[in-house]
Design a protein around this ligand. Structure first.
Ligand code: HEC
Ligand code: HEC
Length: 238
């Protein structure tokens, strides 16, 4: 039922508004993570769980933005922000835009009065309406689809920024992954070591450019990356 609630929201089309303003330098994203995530899931695209305590924040943002009453479209976002600022401190079943069935299963949101200030709410709401947009959702889904279609090693290479210096077939800042795979003596262990600790002066073609150390990449991910790079050699042999 909640899935249907969400799906029906996704069908509506919304115009994106991506003005990012900061109130008193408050970070709306961080505040949202701190103050709202114990109940609302904030992933984009959202995740829904059987035992979730509240609708995903994307649903809330889409919801409030589309159902707020206004004769003047330029006032839609300001009014939506005002709604959030009021609702979070004084929620009620009659104010909520949630349908009756969802309200019944979640219960009305407990007031967060005293836990969040109006300035913080302004920052949170501004972030909500600039981040949870149809445009950002489409982009996130397109990226997710692309990532899912990739081998895991390639996905890690993209996510870790390796592809800004390496291509599979062509040297850019660093050597082509295929040339790394073909280099004599380059075992999986050597590649894992270089990924985690960096490398320099091994390749003449890099003209002094260095491979930075990626200390934060786990052993398991470094292994997946190394195996993927080595697999590129096999493809050429075929
Ligand atoms: C203790 C759990 C809890 C916390 C914390 C919480 N919420 Fe909620 N929220 C809910 C529930 C449950 C609902 C759905 C029922 C309702 O509309 O009241 C909801 C609904 C809402 C709605 C109304 C949605 C609509 O469609 O009408 C808004 C707006 C909202 N939350 C914003 C926030 C913001 C912003 C924060 C962080 C400052 C927050 N909530 C923190 C539980 C929570
Ligand atoms: C800032 C540019 C840059 C980034 C980002 C980068 N590399 Fe490199 N990489 C290099 C350069 C330059 C070399 C060649 C260094 C040398 O000559 O020893 C290299 C070499 C390598 C080697 C070969 C090391 C060896 O021992 O033969 C591997 C494997 C490698 N990179 C994997 C990766 C992976 C995986 C990532 C992402 C986690 C990554 N690189 C990100 C620039 C980069």
């Amino acid at each position: 039922m909640r899935i249907i609630f969400l799906a029906s929201l996704l069908l509506l089309l919304f115009s994106g508004c991506s003005q990012e303003k900061k109130v008193n330098n408050l970070d709306g994203k961080k505040l949202l993570e701190e103050k709202c995530t114990q109940c609302h899931n904030i992933d984009l695209p959202p995740k829904t769980f059987e035992d979730e305590k509240a609708p995903p924040m994307m649903a809330v943002a889409f919801h409030v933005r589309s159902f707020i009453q206004t004769g003047d479209e330029s006032q839609r976002i300001p009014k939506a922000i005002a709604f959030v600022k009021d609702y979070v401190v004084s929620p009620s079943a009659s104010k909520s835009f949630c349908d009756k069935a969802s309200l019944k299963s979640y219960g009305v949101m407990p007031s967060q009065k005293g836990k969040v200030t109006q300035d913080e709410l302004q920052a949170i709401a501004e972030y909500m309406f600039s981040h949870f947009t149809q445009k950002n959702l489409n982009e996130a889904q397109a990226l997710e689809n692309r990532l899912n279609a990739m081998p895991k090693g390639e996905r890690l290479a993209l996510q870790n920024g390796c592809l800004s210096c390496h291509k599979v077939d062509k040297r850019i800042v660093g050597p082509a992954f295929r040339d790394i795979a073909m280099r004599k003596g380059n075992s999986l262990e050597v590649l894992i070591h270089s990924i985690q600790n960096g490398s320099k002066k091994k390749y003449k073609s890099s003209k002094g450019a260095m491979m930075p150390a990626f200390k934060k990449i786990s052993d398991a991910d470094a292994k997946t990356l190394g195996e993927w790079i080595l697999s590129l050699k096999a493809q050429k042999d075929k």
